[in-house]
Design a protein around this ligand. Structure first.
Ligand SMILES: [Zn+2]
Length: 205
């Protein structure tokens, strides 16, 4: 399955399995773990071995996530956004300005790499020394790539009860982020129909 850094950043706000919302970036320790688990996705973009996560970096990632989620809400519109932050989204203009401000902090030069055996690839040569700046900028670039790529049209907000996830549809009729959400949504629909029938009213779907 294809993975997108921008989607994974947005998904750090998630259903906690108990009717509430959990935030993987709520502490420095959680943020360190989240970055460590994305070592493979970040490899080649920046050296994360020397990266020390502090409260400042955590807050920058949270700020970038706000921008990404606001733009995800715009991307799925007119369908409703994730209910996790639907009532407190920044405007699209603010979100775009924030993304662009973050990427501008790391000037990069694309470099062509083409090994004798293998495919040509782009490597970004950075003039920035601070790995924290590079990390946030890399995530912002990933968000720009995501929003300007074909996957934007397949981005959805899961409408299953209690789910707060954005996901990229992998096939045409996919309505929910994962099978368990589909089961929950169908059960809820069934329950509403039953209740409608029991009350003698019209069944709602
Ligand atoms: Zn879901």
């Amino acid at each position: 399955m294809e993975r997108w850094l921008a989607l994974e950043l947005a998904s750090t706000i998630r259903h906690d399995g108990d009717g509430g919302v959990a935030d993987d970036l709520s502490t420095v320790r959680g943020t360190t773990r989240w970055i460590g688990e994305r070592r493979d996705l970040l490899a080649g973009q920046l050296p994360i071995d020397g990266l020390v996560v502090d409260e400042g970096l955590r807050l920058e990632l949270v700020g970038l996530r706000q921008a990404v989620r606001a733009l995800f809400a715009r991307a799925v519109s007119p369908a409703p956004p994730s209910p996790a932050d639907a009532g407190r989204l920044m405007t699209a203009e603010q979100a775009i300005a924030r993304l662009n401000r973050v990427t501008a902090r790391e000037p990069v030069a694309p470099q062509l790499e083409w090994p004798v055996e293998g495919a040509p690839a782009t490597r970004l040569l950075s003039a920035e020394d601070d790995p924290r700046v590079r990390l946030v900028a890399a995530l912002a670039r990933a968000a720009i790539d995501f929003l300007t790529g074909p996957q934007r049209g397949r981005l959805r907000s899961c409408t299953a009860p209690r789910c707060v996830r954005y996901f990229v549809k992998s096939h045409g009729r996919q309505e929910w982020c994962k099978p368990s959400c589909g089961n929950r949504a169908r059960a809820a629909r069934h329950y509403r129909r039953q209740r409608g029938a029991a009350q003698g009213g019209p069944a709602h779907s």
